[in-house]
Design a protein around this ligand. Structure first.
Ligand code: TYM
Length: 344
């Protein structure tokens, strides 16, 4: 026996991420996740899926679910994912995710899941009335990632805790089954000013698909007028913008709008302040509205164009699922062998 640390994971780098088809995609999803998918596909082998298994942890109308999946796929394509470069598919078309999730249900500990803040937020005071699936949701998320042995997971800040759980599950599986380095411990890629976009109506609440106020978010499918109007109506304060970032502290709405401007223009928040210092929101908002319209409106237009003829989207999802199943199969076979299953 030596007390040397085990060799680092030697598999190849892979990106994986997904979005739930459970409501309109918004600026937060775009800046926190979709923008990064399109960029990373050129740096590493990339798998991006539509999380329809996760979506049914809350009720979804079966007559609409397929169209919701197509809509997310259209958003992926409209924001620059290239099906010739990245693998794009629906989660339910790759059964290995759910099979691995069962094994991980037996690896993860109840105490770990009890600490998940997203479950607590979503379940509120009535947790005994929520589906069991909502509770074990992060275990399936770990399976989504590790079935492809993904090493990099681009997500918004709200998913960080789920990624920490994924690392814990990977480490415990590797340890308990005596398979050092079988699964990588993936990194959450949450860098950048878009990782936590707040509601346009309340700077202390995350921009969210489930917020009852449509004015709280800019949807990917909003047209130019709607986008500009939502920016104009965004809640702000009466003060001018300061020169330094630290002077934005305590001004949540102002800080959020500066962050949105920075993320949409690919600049730092400090850079934006240097340009707008001393100006009020009467001057800043029209500039932000123009920028938001110029980036977001073409995405909505492209999504509408693609959704008018979904055959191409379906073709892309079918081909993507075929490739994803091929990549997932050897990992699942290995897991079955390692666990000692009859079929392994
Ligand atoms: P979902 O569908 O809630 O959100 C999709 C992505 O958008 C990010 N996001 C935000 N980023 C910045 N500001 C916001 N206000 C904001 N709101 C949402 C989310 O962080 C996410 O990256 N559990 C995931 C889906 C999932 C997944 C996975 C992700 C299932 N399996 C495996 C990565 C890897 C979710 O519900 O995302």
């Amino acid at each position: 026996m030596t007390d040397q640390a085990p060799a680092p994971y030697a598999g190849k780098p892979r990106v994986l991420s997904g979005v739930q088809p459970s409501g309109d995609l918004h600026l937060g999803n775009y800046l926190g996740a979709l923008v990064k998918f399109a960029r990373l596909q050129h740096e590493m082998e990339t798998f991006i899926f539509v999380a329809d298994l996760h979506a049914i942890t809350a009720w979804q109308d079966p007559a609409k679910l397929k169209d919701q999946v197509r809509e997310i796929a259209a958003a992926y394509l409209a924001t620059g994912l290239d099906p010739k470069v990245a693998t794009i598919f629906a989660q339910s078309a790759v059964p290995a995710h759910a099979e691995l999730a069962w094994v991980f249900n037996c690896v993860a500990r109840l105490g770990w899941l009890d600490r998940m803040t997203q479950f607590k937020d979503k379940a509120g005071k009535h947790k005994e009335r929520e589906s069991v699936g909502l509770y074990t949701y992060p275990v399936l998320q770990a399976a989504d990632i590790l079935i492809y042995k993904a090493t990099h997971v681009p997500v918004g800040e709200d998913q960080r805790q789920h990624l920490e759980l994924t690392r814990d599950i990977a480490a415990k599986f590797n340890h308990d089954f005596g398979a050092p380095n079988f699964f990588p411990l993936p990194d959450a890629l949450t860098q950048g000013p878009g990782a936590r976009i707040m509601s346009l109506r309340d700077g202390s609440a995350k921009m969210s698909k489930s917020d009852p106020s449509d004015n709280s978010r800019i949807n990917l499918t909003d047209d130019a007028d709607t986008i500009a109007q939502k920016v104009r109506k965004a809640r702000t304060d009466a003060e001018v913008l300061p020169e330094k970032l630290e002077d934005l502290k305590g001004r949540a709405e102002a800080e959020n709008l500066v962050g949105v401007y920075a993320a949409l223009s690919g600049r730092t928040a400090q850079d934006v302040l240097t340009e707008f210092a001393g100006q009020g929101f009467g001057a800043f908002k029209p500039k932000l509205a123009d920028l938001a319209v110029s980036v977001m409106a073409p995405i909505g237009g492209e999504m509408r164009r693609m959704l008018a003829d979904p055959a191409e989207i379906d073709r892309i999802l079918t081909a993507g699922a075929e490739h994803a199943r091929e990549v997932a199969a050897p990992t699942l076979a290995e897991v079955k062998r390692i666990v000692g299953f009859w079929a392994g």
